[in-house]
Design a protein. Structure first.
Lengths: 163, 163, 163, 163, 163, 163
């Protein structure tokens, strides 16, 4: 296992949440928009089903974005949606430290993202895309790949514990 | 209080549920559709938010309809939605007996729908539209109108019990 | 086509979002509330299905309102819901410029709302109520009315483009 | 009926909403988390179903918490969830005055929480746990217990009104 | 590890799904109902948020129940909800074989439910209540208990594999 | 425009809906599953957010599949999910006739799927993937591509109407 990236735990006060309520745009176009927003600099994008006036099922579009990218994301939203306005508000993010390790499995290497909270590893998350590629190539269930990665992680952890 | 309608408790085996998944139609049009379907003979209509392929937020449209009205409702769905197909399945309904009574309040009469299960009144439901009209005319909270109707119902029930 | 209203693109920093979590109020009363809040000055109202403690399906009620109407809306919420408290937070709105044009169809005139972003028309939205009235009067699908309006809009745009 | 608690109507500006988006944690673990957060000082906790990238059904976890408990709740979230970060933002709460009265029923006493808005009782809410215990012990529908409590409340209010 | 229960994989054609749409009952009462239905013989119960007429956020209540318990569950639904009717339809269930094993951890024994598909163990699911009791007693995160159980399961499986 | 495929309007009585309730599987794995099921012969797949026991946010997985593919899909579900059982029920599908035409735009050809109801074209739906490729290649909003296709369709329809 080799560590190849590090980010320290920190508080980020330069983030905004942008919201748009959509009731006159199809799910087909809304689905496409998620990729666009992530490609243009959004940190995260998610949709919430909401009840709007006149019996309309609507979608609340939420974008998390750093202050530097707000204008760019606003432009994407105005160009790609049907909205006549959008709203935003600042918020604070507490991000854990991040590290990547590499774990060997019988089907090849999988990266695992680790979260560090006050100096201790608190989460270990196998990279979805690495696991998915193996599952597709080997024609095995995705959950089996995850299980194998966790198994290898536990072996390693056991060794560490026995030092 | 005067009873002016009666329907006996029964099992209805002539009902269908029609379903359509929608991902390329706006909430605005879907909202309008509900009224249309109820006007054209649907017993009930409801929408469920669903997750469809390609990150699309979709709507599952469900219509409950008696066998006689299936063709009419299918035509409305094909004409008013964007769907290329619809699915349906029969189901059984157990309907309670129904009766209406009239309850006097300081603002006028409100109809109350009663459900009868094995010969006993088991639900008492003030008519929404009667209550809403009073709330709007009197400019009082709707929940206050409901509370007053329940109060009058309890008085009456108390009298009945003391016979 | 005649333009009969204009609002410039602007940033509004005087808006609040008020939220209430509801788990002891029926859908019937919650449905009525939406109309009440819009009638009493809310800019927008929407409901989100949420999971609350003790297995309770709840509703998160959100109201978007300008600072001037906050007290009025708070009163409506306290009088019409069952809540013991409400929360709010300011947010910023970026509203596009707005203009209305009138479009002629074979069934009469329909207003179309246009959004203007940095001086360019970026959205064109047929007025729902105009279209719905035509659909009901003519007994045609609502989507057919929208399609006709878009067709007329495209003809016009084509003319403009050929100048 | 005896009053045994009082809290005045007030505005609280020391509240935060903490949010976490979860897409790699099971519903089983998320269900457990709600109890944990309430036990560790959260004022309220609720979950919202959201659509996340790559067709993932996710959960938006929201915690309402006073400024004093923010650090404690952050620790619970980092230890009990799989998240690599969390976000938060302050908000204002308007809480109504609160009082408890006791109402006698044929099955025992039930506490009723009252909300006071500008000096007037505006909500009366039977304590869920009191009603539930009676329903279970007496093997009667929970709604029947609530109805009886409302009936007793109305009798009392009637007496008050006739003074 | 000791096996103490066995159920063979089978197809069950004696199941019904009962559905009720609710728009005039509070989340508080609906939450209570889930426990009641499970206690009275329902195999499973779940709620779906739906959009009903007149802007009402409603709940679709679904109960999975064997044919023998249909009448009992119908009575609970009529007594505990506000509904005037309910609907149901048969369905087929394919249940995997089930076995329980016991796994030792540093905090005590945890039962693990195994699913057997065509003679092969295909799922291994630690019993939630066993894990939760340990998490509460030991004041450790629930996910840590699950991780430890999976670790012990992998050790065992490894031994089996090496025979 | 050239027509290159045709399917007649018909009723299909050989379809099944398979359902699984999931509360112990992450959104990450559930997202992957959708692609797998579509690749292995499912006609359609969708997820519904549901409320399960013990405060668990769950997902109802629904798969629409022809009778021939039921066994294959059952195997995928047992291998790729954590479920101990699944349920299914037959339903009837009414599919409209289908035809494809090709529409020329300034950026290239887009296929449009047409639905035929009782011999009349009732829906015209531009192929999402064709439009999306153009939007990405030309770096223009997806909705602009759709609008252009609709514009070309209207021109053509106008010509047809004038014959």
């Amino acid at each position: 296992m080799t560590s190849f990236q590090h980010n320290h735990e920190h508080i980020d006060e330069n983030m905004f949440k942008i919201e748009v309520n959509l009731d006159d745009m199809s799910g087909e176009l809304i689905g496409h928009l998620m990729e666009e927003l992530l490609a243009k600099g959004a940190n995260d994008v998610y949709y919430t089903p909401i009840y709007m006036k006149k019996n309309r099922p609507g979608i609340l579009l939420s974008v998390l974005v750093s202050v530097d990218a707000v204008e760019k994301i606003k432009e994407v939203l105005f160009r790609e949606t049907t909205t006549f306005g959008l709203r935003y508000t600042p918020f604070i993010v507490h991000r854990l430290g991040r590290d990547f390790i590499e774990v060997g499995t019988q089907w090849g290497i999988v990266r695992v993202k680790q979260a560090i909270y006050k100096g201790t590893i608190i989460q270990q998350s196998p990279e979805y895309e690495d696991c998915r590629l193996i599952a597709q190539r080997e024609e095995i269930p995705l959950k089996q790949v995850y299980e194998e990665v966790y198994k290898q992680l536990m072996k390693t952890n056991h060794k560490d514990a026995s030092k």
